[in-house]
Design a protein around this ligand. Structure first.
Ligand code: FMN
Length: 341
């Protein structure tokens, strides 16, 4: 396991589930992968094993918890301990109404003392670092001073790592989706925070979609978190990995599919549907010839009853011959894609 990568993949509800993370890990051996947000209440009162279990292959993996009750956050952290997460992250960035009615997410930026209490209670329950993901501000609280006033008490409580989505959250009037596009990005605010607290690990997030923007950010902060681009164009992660680790050569996209097959078969045998895994793979060929055929074949076939791993092989074969990444043949019992390198 490598943990020194400056790259992480953002927590994304309904997207970065364990199947998605397994797939992304094939594209990036070292990026830190965040789970979807799981509420502390759901862990404490719900099916904790379903919410927390993951594959060993996913490491390094961080659990993101949502909540604001220090006792519940601590209990959820203690319950997560046996799942060996590499980091536990507190969600202080989500602006959705549902989250706000639970008094957590981005609205907690106005209550740094409570975030500090959560941090302390959680860190007492785990050896893994407890970290915070926030915005740069909320509503009209859009200043360096506000961000600093948020961070200071949490740092005083012992927190050493902050992931900052470089835009404010508007708590009323914008949907979560609009809150990821409408407030402008302000990387400089995050860079200023790093200058103010050079001893902290600061990770910047928001709108990083190419190597150039990633490299520019890394001149100022310690790490970059990639969200939508990692989901819609997952091969970007392989390009980043190859950039930061010159000893690693990126497998072809077809090889990634091949390496996914044993996992898919194992999960199918456990009753997982193909669609719940393959839906995360739709963007694998994004921007390449044949991408549409790949997506279309999977979208049309993966949800059918009894759909198995052959759908993925057939999807590769459905790509126009000129676009086909490798030579493939029809799947048989022990058959695989022929050339995956
Ligand atoms: C579908 C989706 C779900 C998200 N769910 C979460 C979440 O559970 N917790 C969180 O902190 N942020 C969540 N986010 C925000 C991302 O973590 C990230 O901060 C945001 O997308 C900006 O990064 P990007 O421009 O690289 O996508 C979500 C974003 C998307 C697109």
């Amino acid at each position: 396991m490598q943990t020194s990568s400056p790259v992480s993949v953002a927590p994304m509800m309904d997207w970065t589930d364990r199947h998605c993370r397994y797939f992304l890990r094939l594209l990036s051996p070292s990026a830190l992968l965040y789970t979807e947000m799981v509420t502390a209440a759901a862990v404490v009162h719900g099916d904790a094993d379903r919410l927390l279990r993951h594959s060993d292959e996913e490491h390094p993996v961080a659990l993101q918890l949502g909540g604001s009750d220090p006792d519940w956050m601590a209990q959820a952290t203690a319950m997560a301990a046996k799942y060996a997460y590499d980091e536990i992250n507190i969600n202080v960035g989500c602006p959705s109404d549902r989250v706000q009615s639970g008094q957590f997410g981005a609205c907690l930026m106005a209550r740094p003392g409570l975030v500090a209490d959560c941090y302390k209670a959680m860190q007492a329950e785990t050896d893994a670092p407890v970290t915070v993901k926030s915005r740069i501000g909320i509503d009209d609280q859009d200043s360096e001073a506000f961000l600093r006033a948020f961070v200071e008490p949490v740092v005083a409580a012992g927190c050493r790592k902050f992931v900052i989505h470089a835009r404010i959250a508007i708590l009323e009037g914008l949907s979560p989706k609009e809150n990821r596009t409408v407030p402008p990005l302000n990387y400089e605010r995050v860079y200023a925070l790093k200058r103010d607290f050079p001893e902290l690990e600061i990770v910047v997030n928001g709108g990083l979609t190419d190597l150039e923007s990633v490299n520019a950010a890394l001149e100022h902060v310690d790490g970059v978190m990639i969200g939508r681009q990692a989901y819609h164009q997952p091969y970007f992660l392989a390009e980043l990995e190859a950039h930061f680790d010159s000893t690693w050569s990126a497998p072809t996209r077809a090889r990634i599919v091949e390496r996914m097959l044993p996992y898919v078969e194992q999960e199918l045998a456990r009753g997982t549907t193909l669609n719940s895994m393959s839906r995360h793979m739709l963007g694998l060929f994004a921007g390449r010839p044949g991408a549409r055929a790949w997506r279309r074949y999977i979208s049309e076939h993966a949800h059918r009853p009894g759909a198995g791993s052959e759908v993925l092989i057939n999807a590769l074969n459905a790509m126009p011959p000129a676009a086909r990444p490798d030579t493939m043949h029809a799947p048989g019992k022990n058959d695989r894609i022929q050339h995956g390198t």
